[in-house]
Design a protein around this ligand. Structure first.
Ligand SMILES: NC(=O)c1ccc[n+]([C@@H]2O[C@H](COP(=O)([O-])OP(=O)(O)OC[C@H]3O[C@@H](n4cnc5c(N)ncnc54)[C@H](O)[C@@H]3O)[C@@H](O)[C@H]2O)c1
Ligand SMILES: N[C@@H](CCO)C(=O)O
Ligand code: NA
Length: 894
């Protein structure tokens, strides 16, 4: 077989007459007269001779090192003329002194080319039509991309290549067979054409650019089935030679194709163009090799399984290596070898998202700061495995047992994926693909029949349905605490580990688990290492006025919090009284209402809470009770006990039975689980936090007095002139100030609850029933069956109210509904009082609360907090504030 390099036609020609596999009867291409080697007059020389002549006079200079930047663009990047143009733009925007650009064939073309060969050798003459399609595709692309002389010369080359291919394929058709090198020759045209098109596109901008047929340069030798090794020395000589002839600043080179030392066209097999880029990067000692693709970089886990997966900014060569073994879509391990030896970084970048910085694979990751979590780079899983466990006392101290086991495994051709043996030597277990395990087990039973019969081996056991979770990271095995973190995460997720292997290579810890647990294990482990410690999984109970407003506030603010404070809030559940909506990773808050309507399931608080506690993706969980429900509040104790934080504007727990309250607070103080309830008093106003601040710094509370009801404040602030009482109550309800049942406000119960909350916070041990309350609910309406009925009947009492008001007015006074915590006398009280018009309590407007703290330090003048104390936005804001307080207790920056 003879192979020749062409001149400007730059096409390799086969002399099929020498290929015995084709019967030596066909000749192609000679009539075209393009068999001149470059700048040579030798006609039809045997390839080996051609090389020796050219090598001898090589004395050229190929600049090497930092000035070179190597780029590789895969088929998707070269998919359309527009994309080829974008590739040209990317190359031109690189300011490196010299650029070497490796390209794949346009997307789908390699398959089309293999298909041509396949058709021809199966004697399917539709290969002619298929070849025409290949031609059309490239012609159309070129016409779109190029014009003038460039277009003409590309098309003439394309024509001539296609006619050679036609002849070649017809030969294959006749022989009914294609050798590997024939097939490689045909297939390699995809790269030849894409490289030429790109180089013309770059040249169009005026930049000096040549294209390189890498078969002239890259020499490889077969090193195994479907695998080749580069011959660096020979390739470097040829590259020197090539460069001495065409020293352009930009070189576009064909990926994937190469030649043997005998100049037979071949390919880099499955390692493909990435391998080309790495080899060439190494030949020129490039400053960097950039692999352009359609993803933002290398993920920390398969993003289809772990929605929290992140793009890694750096990876060491070895980590990339490990990860590609586990199927991460990184680089083929062999691809890394050429650049690794020269410490050339490889950067994986997304051509369709230039703003993403990508992942740099290099020797020493820059951000390796020694943190535990930085030791772990990624997680991967392999499914459909079986564990084989060979067990018996006869194994200990008997050399050769493992060798015997694994030679059996080898003989049946099974692939051992992981091995683990405890040092007691009583068992060896290893994982193989499930489909291979039957053969392995049968062969082991045969091989160890005697040992089993004699009891030296007790069993050869197969455990089906296993998966591997592999954790990859540099220094992992040598850093204390990493495996503890991993196994703790798995334990918390209630996942049983069947076997463990950790090589001393330090790059990988592998655990075998039940396949059904695998994704859960992956998520739990990933979140432990990758999620911000202030990621909060949130469950909202009661998406009514306050809960709904809170959800909307979260929707608007979540991104800012994540960006600025590293606080990641994920609402993973919303439950109302009839339906609930659950999500494992976070509900889309832009459409929570719609989702709750359409995709919800029947509400079930126990299941809702289970959903929260079973979630192992998120390190912290909080339930936010936005109901006014006593029974919901009765669960706080259990939730806190489960480690779920609780936040609420619901007053029921803190104003309920004293013993339960004390039990709850004792638990809260003893644990690191938090319970916040600022919005229970004064809505978003800082009442609880002010009181706590006073107490915790050693101040002594003497008296807390104020207007604690937004509703009643509003009513008496607006009950003026000709307005009726019932009308103003309706307005307060409409404005969202009232409790779900406004009688809770008018009866004084709501104020009494707030008084109790503050009293207990101040250390008083009072029950709600200890507080004398003046109710404003007319006795006759106390028994109304619904809030609506109450509101309907309220106008009949307007006259009574008008009378009370005018009496006060006549005395130059106003009516105000106040609550008092008398800490000195350990009492509380709620009543309707009259205040002079110039009293601060008479100056309020809207739903204002005013709370005056008289303390040892604030004795002459009380500390006063005043402002709107009811309403959707301020209350939800107060609850939100508690969520951030929680995040900051968990370590969020302040
Ligand atoms: N409105 C305010 O200005 C204000 C101010 C401070 C505190 N609060 C408190 O906020 C809470 C909510 O008030 P709101 O005005 O939003 O009331 P709301 O009636 O509008 O909302 C309560 C929601 O909880 C739901 N719910 C009731 N029981 C439930 C259960 N067992 N499970 C699940 N969902 C249940 C209801 O269906 C409703 O959607 C109350 O505790 C209230 O005291 C309100
Ligand atoms: N209904 C309550 C809401 C705030 O707790 C009020 O009017 O004050
Ligand atoms: Na408050």
């Amino acid at each position: 077989m003879l192979v020749h390099r062409g001149t400007s036609a730059q096409c390799w020609k086969y002399d099929l007459s020498q290929d015995r596999s084709l019967g030596g009867s066909v000749r192609i291409g000679q009539s075209q007269g393009s068999f001149l080697t470059h700048r040579s007059t030798n006609l039809l020389r045997p390839a080996a001779a051609a090389i020796s002549v050219e090598q001898d006079d090589v004395n050229t200079y190929l600049p090497k090192g930092d000035m070179w930047s190597v780029h590789k663009f895969g088929g998707t990047c070269m998919g359309t003329p527009q994309r080829i143009q974008s590739v040209a733009d990317i190359v031109l925007s690189d300011s490196s002194e010299r650029k070497l650009v490796i390209v794949s064939a346009m997307s789908k073309v390699t398959d089309m080319m293999y298909n041509l060969v396949h058709k021809a050798q199966s004697r399917d003459d539709s290969y002619m039509i298929a070849l025409e399609e290949v031609f059309e595709k490239h012609m159309a692309a070129a016409k779109d991309l190029l014009d003038g002389e460039d277009l003409a010369s590309f098309l003439s080359q394309l024509h001539s290549d296609v006619s050679s291919l036609r002849a070649m394929l017809s030969a294959i058709y006749i022989a009914g067979h294609a050798t590997e090198s024939f097939s490689d020759f045909v297939v390699g045209h995809g790269e030849l054409w894409s490289a030429q098109m790109l180089s013309y596109a770059i040249k169009k901008s005026g930049a000096p650019c040549s294209w390189m047929d890498t078969r002239e340069v890259l020499v490889v030798k077969p090193s195994g089935p479907n695998q080749v090794d580069p011959d660096y020395l020979e390739s470097e000589k040829r590259l020197q030679k090539w460069f001495s002839r065409q020293p352009a600043e930009i070189i576009v080179a064909t990926g994937f194709i190469a030649s043997t030392a005998e100049n037979i066209p071949t390919t880099l097999k499955r390692d493909g163009s990435d391998f080309s880029a790495a080899i060439i990067g190494s030949l020129v000692r490039a400053r960097q090799v950039t692999i352009w693709t359609d993803v933002d970089g290398v993920f920390s886990a398969d993003p289809r399984k772990v929605s929290e997966a992140v793009i890694l900014s750096t990876l060491s060569y070895q980590e990339a290596w490990e990860m590609s073994y586990f199927g991460a879509n990184v680089l083929h391990p062999r691809t890394i070898i050429p650049v690794m030896k020269d410490n050339i970084p490889i950067v994986i970048r997304n051509m369709f998202n230039i703003s993403a910085p990508g992942t740099m694979i290099c020797r020493q990751p820059a951000n390796d700061n020694g943190d535990l979590d930085a030791c772990v780079k990624s997680f991967a899983t392999i499914d459909n495995l079986a564990l084989v466990n060979v067990e018996g006392t006869g194994m200990a101290g008997v050399p050769g047992t493992s060798s015997a086991i694994f030679s059996v495994v080898k003989d049946v051709g099974a692939n051992v994926i992981m091995i683990s043996q405890a040092s007691s030597e009583h068992s060896i277990c290893f994982a193989v693909p499930e489909k291979e395990v039957a053969a392995v087990s049968a062969a082991l039973h045969v091989r160890f029949r005697e040992a089993l019969a004699a009891g030296r081996l007790s069993k050869v056991e197969v455990i089906n349905g296993c998966s591997i979770l592999a954790v990859v990271g540099l220094r992992m095995a040598s850093t204390p605490g990493v495996s503890a973190m991993l196994f703790d995460a798995l334990a918390k997720a209630n996942i049983n580990v069947r076997a463990i292997a950790q090589g001393c290579s330090e790059y990988n810890i592998t655990v075998v688990l039940k396949q059904e647990d695998c994704v859960r294990a992956l998520r739990a482990a990933h979140s432990r290492f990758f999620l911000s410690k202030t990621t909060l999984a949130v469950g909202i109970i009661g998406p009514g006025l306050i809960g709904g407003t809170l959800l909307n506030q979260l929707k608007d603010q979540a991104a800012v919090l994540k960006e600025n404070m590293n606080i990641d809030l994920r609402v993973i559940g919303i439950t109302g009284s009839s339906t609930m909506l659950l999500s494992d990773t976070g509900i889309d808050l832009t459409q929570w209402k719609e989702l709750l309507r359409k995709e919800a399931e029947p509400a079930d608080l126990a299941n809702f809470v289970r959903h929260m506690s079973d979630n192992h993706v998120f390190p912290n969980k909080v339930l936010v009770d936005c109901t006014a429900d006593t029974s919901v509040a009765s669960h706080y104790y259990d939730w806190l006990k489960k480690g779920i934080h609780v936040i609420t504007p619901n007053k029921k727990a803190n104003s309920g039975p004293l013993d339960r309250y004390l039990k709850l607070r004792t638990l809260q103080r003893a644990s690191y689980t938090h319970y916040f309830y600022e919005a229970t008093v004064g809505a978003g106003l800082p009442i609880i936090s002010t009181l706590r601040g006073l107490l915790e710094t050693g101040d002594k509370i003497l008296r807390i007095e104020g207007i604690f009801s937004g509703t009643l404040s509003y009513i008496f602030n607006n009950f003026e002139g000709t307005r009726t009482f019932s009308n103003v109550v309706a307005e307060a309800k409409e404005a969202g100030y009232t409790e779900p049942d406004p009688r809770d406000d008018l009866s004084g119960t709501d104020v009494a609850r707030k008084v109790i909350i503050l009293a207990r916070e101040s250390g008083l041990t009072l029950e709600l029933s200890d507080i004398p309350v003046k109710s404003l609910v007319p006795e006759a309406l106390a028994s109304c069956s619904s809030a609506d009925e109450f509101m309907q009947k309220l106008p009949s009492f307007d006259e009574d109210w008008a009378k009370q008001r005018s009496e006060a007015e006549a005395a130059g006074e106003v009516l105000r509904y106040v609550g008092v915590v008398d800490a000195v006398n350990q009492k509380g009280q709620v009543e309707l009082r009259r205040y002079k018009r110039d009293h601060p309590f008479a100056q309020l407007s809207g739903s204002d609360n005013i709370i005056a703290f008289t303390t040892s330090r604030y004795k002459e003048q009380p500390l006063i907090v005043r402002g709107p104390g009811a309403g959707a936005e301020v209350t939800a804001g107060g609850v939100f504030c508690d969520m951030l307080r929680l995040a900051s207790s968990l370590g969020a920056p302040s």
